[in-house]
Design a protein around this ligand. Structure first.
Ligand SMILES: Cc1cc2nc3c(=O)[nH]c(=O)nc-3n(C[C@H](O)[C@H](O)[C@H](O)COP(=O)(O)OP(=O)(O)OC[C@H]3O[C@@H](n4cnc5c(N)ncnc54)[C@H](O)[C@@H]3O)c2cc1C
Length: 358
């Protein structure tokens, strides 16, 4: 009979994950269950509850079940079934029914604030494995080991490097620089990131349901409004804990998009990365606060949402769309937004890691 050898945790490859966003934490939670050693290196010194909301369904919930944390999603999330689209004059113009998915897959859809989902995943990782305040700048990926160095002089060594560090992934940048020198980077991956949308996102503090009866609905209300000139659209999503998550999107046409992109003033990390940048946030809030909300008596506007949100938790960001052809090299692998940028949704592929077999 064939004997089965077991591998001790100490014999297993050590994984260094750059980025404690949703992708990095999800992978950390999986490695934790598999008893594979890992460390997560995150540049933010504190985890701020930034972001709006995400929706999760049949592609992701089975994974949360396997991790034993689906119940936490059911508690912190709110089931949702319909995506309602309104005109700026508050007429319902489209209702998309997602409840059919439950019949097909057996799973409901849930809406959840990004900070709440981030918190659930963070509780799966022992705190000593998440190193905060560590911005990775240097990566050595050409030997038997990988090593990353951070701006404060720390260094982390491992056998596999995971770039879970978002749209402007430093792991991807360093990987591509090396491949370019070796003339191994495909032309498609040498192009600049295209974007066509500027986005403002946030979440109100928990509100009084008597003042906002829409919060009493047992199903998350997912309401999108299309602006008259098609330049703007804005989305509101109610949560189980009485807040309203919101997003306002400025859709750029191709010409505007390219010229904005080429404008160096707009290419500061302030505008490109998720975060709260007071001046830029205030300007876009001022510009859009008169936008009408589809619920209530007609007097409510986006300004009512902004005024009920913590200002330092509002983010303004440029959103890109791109599928990178190169997503691994040597001992490094890119996951999540580092490898695949799909505009504005919780893409289940963000949470998948496929290991290439040579
Ligand atoms: C603050 C924030 C708010 C967001 N809000 C929304 C939202 O409301 N709705 C939505 O659909 N999507 C939102 N997103 C995007 C969404 O989280 C991602 O599209 C998706 O979850 C993929 O996750 P990711 O882990 O690949 O990337 P991200 O979630 O972007 O995480 C990347 C992580 O890497 C860290 N990092 C980056 N560079 C370095 C470096 N050099 N060294 C160390 N760490 C680094 C970042 O600080 C971040 O924590 C948000 C992302 C962030 C970071």
């Amino acid at each position: 009979m064939a004997s089965r050898t077991t591998t001790k945790a100490t014999d297993r490859p050590k994984v260094v994950i750059v980025g404690a966003g949703l992708g990095g934490l999800m992978l950390g939670a999986l490695l934790e269950r598999c008893d594979i050693p890992y460390v997560i290196v995150e540049r933010a010194a504190v985890v701020k509850p930034l972001g709006s909301a995400l929706t999760l369904g049949s592609t992701l919930i089975p994974l949360l079940e396997q991790l034993g944390i689906a119940e936490e999603l059911y508690r912190a999330g709110k089931p949702w079934t319909h995506y309602y689209t309104y005109s700026e004059s508050r007429e319902l113009i489209l209702s998309s029914d997602f409840s059919l998915a439950q019949g097909l897959t057996g799973y409901k859809q849930y809406a959840i604030g990004r900070p709440a989902l981030h918190d659930i995943l963070l509780t799966q990782i022992p705190s000593e494995k998440v190193h905060l305040g560590k911005r990775v700048t240097t990566i050595n990926n050409d030997g038997d080991k990988v090593e990353v160095k951070t701006t404060d002089g720390s260094s982390y060594e491992g056998d596999i490097l995971i770039g879970a560090d978002g749209a402007y992934s430093i792991v991807r940048q360093r990987m591509y620089e090396t491949l370019l020198k070796k003339q191994k980077l495909p032309a498609s991956d040498q192009e600049e990131l295209p974007f066509s949308c500027i986005c403002l996102v946030g979440q109100t503090r928990p509100l009084d349901p008597e003042e906002f009866p829409v919060l009493k609905e047992p199903i998350a209300q997912f309401m999108s409004t299309l602006g008259n000139d098609n330049a703007y659209s804005w989305i509101l999503i109610t949560t189980s804990y009485g807040s309203i998550c919101w997003m306002v999107m400025l859709h750029l046409d191709k010409v505007a998009s390219r010229s904005t992109y080429n404008d160096k003033k707009n290419r500061t990390s302030e505008n490109l990365e998720w975060g709260s940048h007071a001046e830029a946030v205030k300007a876009m809030c001022d510009e859009t606060r008169h936008f009408p909300l589809p619920f209530g008596d007609g007097s409510l506007t986006m300004g009512d949402m902004y005024d009920r949100s913590d200002q330092d938790l509002i983010s303004k960001v440029m959103l890109e769309e791109k599928v990178f052809d190169t997503w691994y090299s040597g001992r490094a692998v890119l996951i999540g937004d580092g490898s695949l940028l799909i505009f504005w949704e919780a893409n289940p592929a963000n949470f998948c890691l496929t290991v290439p077999i040579d």
